[in-house]
Structure formats: structure tokens, C-alpha cells
Unconditional design. Structure first.
Length: 135
């Protein structure tokens, strides 16, 4: 069955980590109590680009807001070159990081990146960020 994120009184349960216990008696015999840790969280929020820093003629650092979800969140991204008119394959950031360093860029060319957050409940909407690679 699916839980509607409310307690026994019908009030919403806030996000957090909880221990849920179930005690049962069958035909007058008490069964061992079963406990499980439950993580109450939400869908990841759409990341917003907060940093676009020129590193060198071939590199740029891009960072975005980290989601506030309690569940581990991964980020995937891809790059689009207006010159080649092709998107790269989706890649996942290392160690749940919320920044990347783009390499092999061409100075003064225009690019776009797309970023999406994912956790156990689903995916955020995709954010698109455009930039011209220059100082």
C-alpha cells in the first residue's frame, strides 16, 4: 500500500528520518515488533546556475544550487555547442557534486548546458543555461 504522508490524526508529516514500528497480536499471541527506518523527503527542486567562471581558454567552471532534499541527490548534465549544433551525452557529476568543469571549449564560442537533479522520488525539471566562453 501507499502512505499518504499523514500521521494517525491526519496531520501532514514533515520531512525527516523516522523509525516506524509495527506491533501485532494474532490469536492472542504477540508477535515480535517490526521496526524500519523511513526517510520522508520530497522531489528534487530544479537547480539554478549560480556560478559561471572562466578558468582558461579551454575550461569553464559551472555551479548550481544544491537541492535541499534529504534523499541523496545526483545531478546530470549535458553540453550543447551552437557551432556543431549537437548535444553531448548526459553525464553524472562525481560524489553528488553540484558543479562541473567543462573542458575542450573553444574561446568565444556559444554553448548551452542543461542540468537536472534526481533522487529516489524522481527528477526535477531541466534547467538550461547559455554562455559565450570568454573572460
Amino acid at each position: 500500500s501507499t502512505w499518504n504522508r499523514t500521521n494517525t490524526q491526519g496531520a501532514p508529516v514533515a520531512e525527516g528520518k523516522f523509525v516506524a514500528s509495527i506491533a501485532m497480536t494474532v490469536n492472542g499471541v504477540a508477535l515480535p515488533v517490526a521496526s524500519s527506518t523511513v526517510l520522508v523527503t520530497s522531489m528534487p527542486i530544479r537547480p539554478e546556475v549560480t556560478l559561471s567562471k572562466y578558468v582558461s581558454k579551454r575550461k569553464r567552471k559551472i555551479a548550481w544550487t544544491a537541492t535541499s532534499s534529504l534523499a541523496p541527490t545526483t545531478y546530470k548534465y549535458r553540453k550543447y555547442s551552437l557551432k556543431t549544433r549537437k548535444w553531448s551525452k548526459w553525464k553524472t557529476t562525481a560524489n553528488f557534486g553540484n558543479s562541473i568543469e567543462l573542458r575542450r571549449l573553444v574561446y568565444k564560442h556559444k554553448y548551452q548546458i542543461q542540468v537536472q537533479a534526481t533522487n529516489a522520488l524522481g527528477k526535477s525539471s531541466v534547467v538550461t543555461y547559455a554562455f559565450t566562453h570568454k573572460k
